[in-house]
Write a protein that binds this ligand. Sequence first.
Ligand code: HPA
Length: 273
Amino acid sequence: MTQPRIAIIGGTGVYNQSHLEGAEELLVDTRFGTALLQHGFIKGREVYFLTRHGPGHAVPPHLVNYRANIAALRQLEVSAVIATAAVGSLRRAIAPGSRVVIDQFIDFTRGRPSTFFEGKGGRVVHTDMTDPYCPDLRAAIVRAGKSVGQELVERGCYLCTEGPRFETPAEIKMFASWGGDVVGMTNVPEVVLAREASLCYAAIALVTNYAAGIAPAFLTHTEVLEEMARGKASLDMLLAACVEAIAAERTCRCRKTGGGFRPREEGEPGGTP
Ligand code: HPA
């Protein structure tokens, strides 16, 4: 059986993969723009690595070209994506340093292109989001955590803000009352586009701080980067174990509930014009 092609999308603080062997850079042109990736092997499996904010973390969360990134992965025939995302915690029980295998999101973004389906050719698509994160990939991450002796929080709701500013304490109180567990600025629309493209997608939220009003002091991006740097080696180990734990066969519903976006097909919203 052919192994699925796997991608890792690295968020804040994750600009390389120390377990990626034979890494080579490649540029992939899509209708939405160009994505820069690395291609190599982890534990003998083919892996693409993409750094969400670009080299040197030059692109802020609200300007990331999410559509180009996901369209590039689809063009490369990737079928399973594991992403990382730095987050603040809305719950005292989820302390900085925790890793959360998120299972739901709440979208509080405003101005981002958030779909591949713009109604071109009269095609209106409403993509199911009952299980936005692939249950099989989530289970693989949990198994991987156990295999490397890392405790993971096995579910949690990600509240996505527009950024790039941090939140006010009033917003954090509201988000917590809505059922959010962690807050970040990037997982939407990435998770949505992945489903529209029929990819399996899961994300590990890396808690770098308590959110505003829960944290004992003001928030800074430096603090986020410092916490990420502290956990980078063990995160790479976890991601390598995740790659190993991903099943060869896809038995989940992601492909079927996806919107069927095909980047190269003419007439599709992402197709070649
Ligand atoms: N808020 C939003 N995004 C974040 C945070 C936060 O507190 N920490 C890391 N990313």
